[in-house]
Design a protein around this ligand. Structure first.
Ligand code: NAD
Ligand code: UD1
Length: 338
């Protein structure tokens, strides 16, 4: 298929480009480099030996989108472009609504004008909010606890209403759990611009010596070791879920959410231990209070994605830690290493 990938230079988008190209899809990227660098696409080109048409532009720019649609004529869009920092979303709510909601609406209008009828959307497990039961299945009530989470749920609702109004449209809503890890080449990975918000990149920066100590946020949760439990998913498995979702979208209409996780969860201490083994380095930790907005535990019931997308996670915790370390140690300063 001809696939437009918005935000394709980002962490998940770049890994997905490689998986799409490996399966014979033809790709085009639209990215404004708000949180990425053009180096990424050069690395993807080198790894794939393939063609990537790319446009520099904002997903809120209708004229630019018309230009992309006219030049590339996509049969489907994978929509990664967006903002994702929970803390920042509370400080800059209008910015988050603008990029994540206006961006999605502007894209849908452009797809309508161009006759493009399929979209795969980057949603998040954060749409569920405080668990009423675990593992979360897709029928779990949604009650996001942050502006960021609300933008994801609202975008899901917009996509669902769009699809409901037309018999031949498809929206696949992928609710990612906690993406971690890096490409086996160690040439692609997560490259946070500021202090990492998320656990795995923070641990990696402690291991490489860029930060002194990992703060463990809370040790009094109702979990086996008192620290938070999460369902970490390797980014290559996540990338492959998008290829599976495209196959699904080729033969199904309607809007459907899918949990994308492994169905297992690990504590903060499990992650530190795995990283110490992978890196052979000690990770100093310091106990800190709970972080506002954190839940004790999250875990996916991914059986719908397993059954209907034919997708399964195959990478375990060791691989998540080892690939993150390989990426971090080969690229001490991320993509600025080039
Ligand atoms: P990322 O920041 O690495 O990638 C997003 C990409 O979109 C970047 O390349 C950025 O430059 C681009 N972008 C941002 N605003 C844009 C705009 N207005 N126009 C065009 N391009 C724009 O993030 P990621 O981790 O790869 O996440 C991709 C998507 O998945 C996001 O929508 C995010 O909310 C969602 N998601 C991420 C996680 C996670 O933990 N990484 C979890 C759940 C959902
Ligand atoms: C966070 C976001 C969530 C988003 C997800 C993936 C919040 C409140 N939630 O989720 O909306 O979908 O990232 O991008 O920000 N931890 C530490 N020390 C650290 C960092 C994290 O102990 O320096 C702990 C956390 O308390 C948590 C676990 O590690 O128990 C994972 O944290 P993180 O990687 O930030 O992911 P989430 O909290 O699941």
């Amino acid at each position: 298929m001809r696939v437009l990938v918005t935000g394709g230079a980002g962490y998940i988008g770049s890994h997905t480009l490689l998986e799409l190209m490996a399966q014979g899809h033809v790709v085009c990227v639209l990215d404004n480099y708000a949180n990425a660098t053009p180096t990424v696409l050069n690395r993807v080109r080198a790894l794939s030996n393939g063609q990537i048409t790319d446009f520099v532009g904002d997903v809120r720019d209708a004229k630019k989108l018309d230009e992309v649609m006219a030049a590339f004529a996509p049969e489907a869009v994978i929509h990664f472009a967006g903002l994702k920092a929970v803390g920042e979303s509370a400080q800059k709510p209008l910015y988050y609504y603008d990029v994540n909601i206006t961006g999605t609406l502007t894209l849908l209008h452009a797809m309508e004008r161009a006759g493009c009828k399929r979209i795969i959307f980057s949603s998040s497990a954060t749409v569920y909010g405080e668990p009423q039961y675990l593992p979360y299945d897709e029928a779990h009530p949604t009650n996001p606890m942050s502006v960021y989470g609300r933008t994801k749920l609202m975008a899901e609702q917009i996509l669902t209403d769009w699809v409901a109004a037309h018999a031949d449209r498809t929206a696949v809503l992928l609710r990612y759990f906690n993406p971690v890890g890096a490409h086996p080449s160690a040439d692609l990975g997560e490259d946070p611009r500021d202090i990492p918000n998320n656990l795995m990149p923070f641990i990696a920066q402690v291991a490489i010596g860029k930060r002194d100590v990992l703060e463990v946020f809370g040790d009094d949760y109702d979990t086996p070791d008192g620290t938070g439990l999460r369902d970490y998913i390797h980014v290559v498995d996540l990338a492959r879920a998008h290829v599976a979702a495209l196959g699904y979208a080729a033969v199904h209409n309607g809007a459907r959410p899918f949990n994308i996780g492994t169905g297992q969860n690990y504590s903060v201490r499990d992650m530190v231990a795995a990283f110490e083994i992978a890196s052979g380095r000690n990770i100093p930790t310091k106990q800190s209070p709970r972080r506002a907005g954190d839940v004790a535990a999250m875990q996916a019931d991914a059986s719908r994605a397993n059954a209907e997308l034919g997708w399964h996670a195959t990478h375990g915790l060791d691989d998540m830690a080892a690939s993150t370390w390989a990426w971090q140690s080969k690229n001490r300063n991320g993509y600025d290493t080039d």
